[in-house]
Write a protein that binds this ligand. Sequence first.
Ligand code: MRU
Length: 356
Amino acid sequence: MKYKAFQFLENGYIEAIDQRKLPFQKEPFLLKTSDDAFYAIKEMVVRGAGVIGNIGAIGVYLAALESRGDKHHVEWQSELLRHARPTAVNLTWAIDRMLTKLKNNKNGNSIEPLKKEAIQICEEDKENTIAIGKHGFLLIEDIWKRNGKKKVNILTHCNAGYLGIVDSGTALAPIYEAKKNGIDIHVWVDETRPRNQGSNLTSWELSQEGIEHTVIVDNTGGLLLQKKLVDIVFVGADRVTAKGDVANKIGTYLKALAAHDNNVPFYVAFPVSTFDFLLSDGLSEVEIELRGEEEIKYVHGLDSKGNYKKVLVTLADTKVANYGFDVTPNRLITGLITEKGICGANEDAIRKKYLN
Ligand code: MRU
C-alpha cells in the first residue's frame, strides 16, 4: 500500500494522516499525548473501527509516557479514550488489552511494555487484513471465472480500506488482492453522507492504488443492484454480534436489503476483534453513535478557485438527526469474512468457528 493511516516516529510519538483534510490535502497530525489520541478519535482525525482501536491503544501508551509512573493517570486516560466513540468495539477491546498489560506488568516502568503491546495490536491487524484479503479474493475470483473473466463490479459503503484498518483494510482488502492478481475490477463507491468517507477517503485510496472506481450518491445502489451492475457487495463492520448482526456505517442496512432483494451476495469483512460475543440482537443492543448536527448541515469542498469552503445546505435552524451507524440483521448477510476464513452469518456457524 502506498500510505499508512499512521506510523510510529523514531522519537516515540505517532504521526497520523489527518483524514478530515483528505482528499484535498494530505497533512500529518502529530500525537504526543493521550489527550491528542482522544481528540484524534473523537474528532475523526482518524476513524474506522481498526484504526480507532489502534489509536486507542497508542493513547494508553502515551498516557504511560506522560504519567511519571502514576498508574492512576494511565487508568483514568484509558477510560476517557474508551468512551471517545461508542459503536466500534475494537476501541474498547484494544483498551482492555492495554489495561491487562498494565495490570500484569510487575517491573515498575510500564512505558516499554505498553508500547510493545500497542505495536503488537497494530501488527496483528496488519496480518489479519492480509488474511481477510486472501479469503475475500476467492469470492471475486470465483465470480470472475464464472462470468467468462469479464470485469467484476463491486459495491462498497463508507471506508473500510487502509485508512480504516492497517494495512490493507477489510472490505477493500479482497479488492486490493484481486488487483494484485490481475483480475479486472471496478468499484462502485457510495459517497457515504454526511462525512463522505466514500467520496473523500475510499475514492482517494483507490486512486492511489490505481483501481478503477466510480463514486455514486448513497441512493444509487438500489438501481445498480436491480440492473445487475453489481456482482458482489463488500462492507466493513464496527461491531458484530454472536448471532451475526452487523453494526456498520449508516446506510449499510439499505444496501443489504437491496442486495438481498436482487440476489446479489453481500459480504461483511472484519477482524475477529470486531465480534462482540456478549451481544446477540444487534438492533436492540448495539449503541448507535449520535453525532453533531454540523455534519449534516454543512458540506465541505473546494470552490472554483481551489479554495477550501464550508457551505450551509439547510436553513440554519433546521432540525436534523445524525445517526452514525445502523444494524444489518444476519438474515440479509451472505457471509462473514475474517482472518480465519468465511462463515455464515448465523449463531451456529459463528459458535462452531469461533467459540469452540
Ligand atoms: O464513522 P467511521 O468513519 O469511523 O465509520 C467507519 C465504518 O463504518 C467502517 O465501515 C468500519 O469501521 C470498518 S473500517 C475497518
